[in-house]
Design a protein around this ligand. Structure first.
Ligand SMILES: NC(=O)c1ccc[n+]([C@@H]2O[C@H](COP(=O)([O-])OP(=O)(O)OC[C@H]3O[C@@H](n4cnc5c(N)ncnc54)[C@H](OP(=O)(O)O)[C@@H]3O)[C@@H](O)[C@H]2O)c1
Length: 351
């Protein structure tokens, strides 16, 4: 019954993440795309003329001829998925929140602002309470909620049960990040083919601060960050989709390898139990094969929403080392924001 669905808009609808939003919203049971916006390069064109579609499924019929609107709140629906670069997001997202919209953002612009929740629904849904601190919410009912950086999200889903059961004292992570994480056209092919680029601007800082905020404790008006020491090394590699991460962790309470793996395998999903359509029953899967997970084979678990962990073994420096894999444009971007919106709906923030 499409008329009963909540109409949503997509800001940055023509980009890598915007395209994923459109693909993932095609058959969404609760939301339907009603409005699209991008830069003035695209404004006024039909979506099919404005976009350079890079996904394997065709552009959904519903949006083919939909016009690309100016990127302002006039005429926009009340629920906005935002997939803009941080600089533009910093300017545009508050305008939508000010106009009474729920802005479900992918960008880093407001993730670390004290009154903005940075949320992974399986990990820290209680942080949504920060919405009540926002001046936009008090004035117009609008607000901004964010999902983490695409490399922080896989890591934190994997760490959440370990932090809860044993406590994390220190953490060392090296990423191998897919080219789709850089947007479109992203990294030039001559720079990345047959190469590894050991630098992604601001990525290491984002991973470190976001990981600690996500695993932090909600106090009355803010989040106290998790406080462990952490070092992130971020690299771009010639993989199309899927961020792989090598992690070493030191725990506060010692655990056997069996207990460590059991914590990962036992992680259950509250949003799944609440009936959120995109929430996989298993947000985290442990793969016991010695050479997994790999992006080529394991990326689409749980329709791209399940994070894979493998290779748990003792670490010569910390306690354990292991490998994490997650889909950067689904679990790490559009799917993350959609699941946040589903949680908002379930918790009554979209009414
Ligand atoms: N790619 C990932 O895996 C990933 C993961 C997590 C988070 N993110 C974050 O998500 C955001 C979008 O990333 P992306 O990879 O989708 O980038 P992208 O492919 O470069 O797309 C950028 C989008 O923003 C639009 N835009 C540019 N300037 C604008 C302006 N002045 N006003 C309105 N719209 C404008 C573009 O429209 P035109 O087509 O008209 O230029 C396009 O739709 C970024 O903050 C990124 O860090 C990305």
């Amino acid at each position: 019954m499409s008329t009963q669905k909540i109409p949503v808009g997509i800001l940055g609808a023509t980009g890598v993440v915007g395209q994923r939003f459109i693909q993932m919203l095609e058959d969404h049971p609760w939301f339907e795309v009603a409005w699209l916006a991008a830069s003035d390069r695209s404004e006024g064109k039909s979506y099919e003329d404005a976009v350079r579609w890079r996904l394997k499924t065709p552009i959904p019929e519903r949006v083919l001829k939909m016009p690309v609107s100016p990127a302002g709140p006039e005429g926009a629906p009340k629920v906005i998925f935002a997939a803009l670069d941080a600089g533009i997001a910093r300017e545009l997202e508050p305008k939508f929140a000010d106009a009474g919209c729920a802005v479900v953002s992918n960008s880093s612009a407001f993730r670390m602002q004290a009154d903005v929740p940075l949320v992974i629904p399986e990990v820290n849904p209680e942080h949504l309470a920060l919405l009540e601190e926002q001046s936009w919410r008090k004035k117009s009912g609008g607000y901004i909620v964010t999902n983490p950086n695409c490399s922080a999200i896989g890591l934190v889903v994997a760490l959440a049960p370990l932090h809860e059961k044993f406590g994390i004292e220190s953490l060392f992570v090296t990423t191998m990040q897919a080219v789709s994480g850089a947007g479109y056209p992203g990294v030039a092919s001559l720079d990345i083919l047959g190469n590894v680029i050991p630098f992604i601007k601001n990525e290491e800082e984002k991973m470190e601060e976001e990981t600690r905020k996500l695993l932090g404790k909600l106090n009355s008006h803010s989040v106290q960050d998790a406080g462990f020491t952490m070092a992130a090394h971020c690299n771009r590699v010639a993989v199309e989709d899927g961020h792989t991460e090598s992690v070493s962790v030191k725990l506060k309470t010692k655990a056997s390898a069996e207990e460590f793996v059991a914590a990962i395998e036992g992680f259950r999903s509250k949003p799944f139990e609440l009936g959120c359509p995109l929430a996989p029953e298993k947000p985290l899967v442990y793969d016991a094969a010695p050479d997994r997970p790999q992006p080529r084979f394991d990326l689409d678990r749980g329709k791209g929403m399940t994070v894979s962990v493998g290779r748990v073994r003792p670490c010569g420096v910390f306690d354990y080392k292991f490998t994490v894999l997650s889909h950067n444009t689904i679990r790490g971007a559009a799917g993350a924001a959609l699941l946040n919106a589903e949680l908002l709906k379930v918790q009554g923030y979209l009414s």
